[in-house]
Each structure stands twice: as structure tokens, then as C-alpha cells.
Design a protein around this ligand. Structure first.
Ligand SMILES: [Cu+2]
Length: 270
């Protein structure tokens, strides 16, 4: 029934035909490339429209009352105590609005943390100030550091790269159309793995493992940042995820395994 309600509520917005136009706006939050980011976006828009509706009703009544019952027209303030009818209405309406918002929000929240039946598991650890990615089933593990040259950061006159402060040496690579479970933790302070296009913003807390998942249907390069102030170089630990076709992912895994074997044998792979 939850699933049905979710579809019904979100279909309502799609019918309005306003979703995509608003999604293209740079002022609004991004629409993203995952189902989860779309669900979160729709939740945001439902809440926004409800707030707009409340604002219009409340301010209309307010301004109408100010105008209609102004002192210069001889208006006299009503003098009464208790009005059960009004009190029930102004309790019931916000209650229904909050419950109406809580139902789709709970459905999405449950879905965000439903990491069952994943195809790939990646453990992500935050460090001051870099990310470590570990592919648990493949035995692959590497650090992802900021790749912007230090001179571009220090010298304001220097020409900046296109992806200034949003580029890394080793991006996280995932296959397209696959459900990727991510396990997030930290080695030192609280970080936050934030990738707006995926609808993921999950805290990485030392001593805890937080779970989330991604399934991207469009290959490409997606960028994010640490979303929790974690120290002096908080702004220098970007996130880059490369979403590739499955065969390409297999090749990437094979190349990493080969490299690992070569390094453990005491020579560097070419
Ligand atoms: Cu951080």
C-alpha cells in the first residue's frame, strides 16, 4: 500500500508537467540521475508547493482582514473566549498536512536504507582530507586525493582547471544499472559523502557504519564534495564517481587486480 501511495503522490507532480522545467532551474535543487534523487526531489517539491499554498492562504486572510477591518472604517475587535470549532479546525488541518507529508517521506527514507540485494559493495572511509574506497568482494582498495595542482590553489592569478577543486587522482568506478551498496565510516572526524546527482548525502562517522545505495542508469562522471566541516582542508577532498558500462567495469577490476599482483611481486605493472 505504501508503494501505491508513493506512486500516486509522485504521479500527481508529474501530471502538473512542471517537474522538468523546475529541475532545469539552477536555483532549485538538482533533479539528479538516480531514482532516489528523483524521489527526494519530488518530496522537496511537494513540501514546497504545500508551503506555498499555506503561505497564500494565511497571507490572503491576513491582508484581507487588515484591509477590511481597519480602524478608519470603524471596525471593532470581537471579544470572545474559546471557540471549539475554530480550535478543532486549526489543529486538524496542520495535523493532516504533517501526516500527509510524513507518509511519502517515510516511504522514501525506508527506500534509501533498503540496501538488500545489492550487486556490489563499496566501503568508503573519510580521512582528513581524502577518501578511501574499498571494493569488498573484489579486494580492491585505494585512496582518492584532490588532483588540482597546489599552485592553482595558492595563486589567485593562475588559470584554473575546468574542474578546479572537483577533480581527483583515482575516481570511484561503478557499473551502470547495478545496485551499489555503500558503507560509510571515518578514520578520524565526521565527514560526509555528498553527491547531489545521486541524491546521497550520508555522514561518515568514526566507529559507525552508515549504509546507503546508488543505482545509476546514465554513464558519466559525477562530482561531489565532503558535506561536513571536517577541518582546515574540508574543501579539498572532492568526490568523483565514474559510471561505466559493465564490460568496462570488469576491465577496470581486472586491471586493478593485475596491478595489485604486480606490486605484491615487487615490480610495478605497466
Ligand atoms: Cu571531510
Amino acid at each position: 500500500m505504501f508503494q501505491w501511495t508513493q506512486k500516486w503522490v509522485f504521479a500527481l507532480l508529474s501530471c502538473l508537467g512542471m517537474q522538468n522545467a523546475l529541475a532545469e532551474s539552477t536555483v532549485n535543487m538538482p533533479y539528479g540521475v538516480t531514482r532516489m534523487s528523483h524521489d527526494i526531489y519530488n518530496l522537496h517539491m511537494i513540501t514546497f508547493y504545500i508551503c506555498c499554498g499555506i503561505g497564500v492562504v494565511v497571507f490572503s486572510v491576513l491582508f484581507y482582514s487588515i484591509y477590511k477591518y481597519r480602524r478608519s472604517r470603524g471596525a471593532k475587535a470581537a471579544n470572545f473566549h474559546e471557540h471549539p470549532g475554530v480550535e478543532i479546525i486549526w489543529t486538524l488541518i496542520p495535523f493532516l498536512i504533517l501526516v500527509g507529508l510524513a507518509i511519502p517521506a517515510t516511504i522514501v527514507l525506508k527506500d534509501i536504507h533498503n540496501t538488500n540485494e545489492s550487486d556490489l559493495i563499496i566501503k568508503i572511509t573519510g580521512y582528513q582530507w581524502k577518501w578511501k574506497y574499498e571494493y569488498l568482494d573484489q579486494g580492491i582498495s585505494f585512496f582518492s586525493n584532490l588532483a588540482t595542482p597546489q599552485i592553482q590553489i595558492d595563486d589567485p592569478q593562475k588559470t584554473k582547471n575546468e574542474w578546479f577543486l572537483l577533480e581527483v587522482d583515482n575516481p570511484m568506478v561503478i557499473p551502470v544499472h547495478k545496485k551499489v551498496k555503500i558503507l560509510l565510516t571515518s578514520n578520524d572526524v565526521i565527514h560526509d559523502w555528498w553527491l547531489p546527482a545521486f541524491g546521497v548525502k550520508q555522514d561518515a562517522i568514526p566507529g559507525y557504519i552508515n549504509e546507503n545505495w546508488i543505482q545509476v542508469d546514465t554513464p558519466g562522471i559525477y562530482r561531489g564534495q565532503c558535506g561536513e566541516l571536517c577541518g582546515a582542508y574540508h574543501g579539498f577532498m572532492p568526490i568523483v564517481v565514474q559510471v561505466v558500462p559493465e564490460e568496462e567495469f570488469e576491465q577496470w577490476v581486472a586491471a586493478h587486480m593485475l596491478n595489485k599482483t604486480a606490486v605484491s611481486n615487487g615490480r610495478k605493472a605497466t
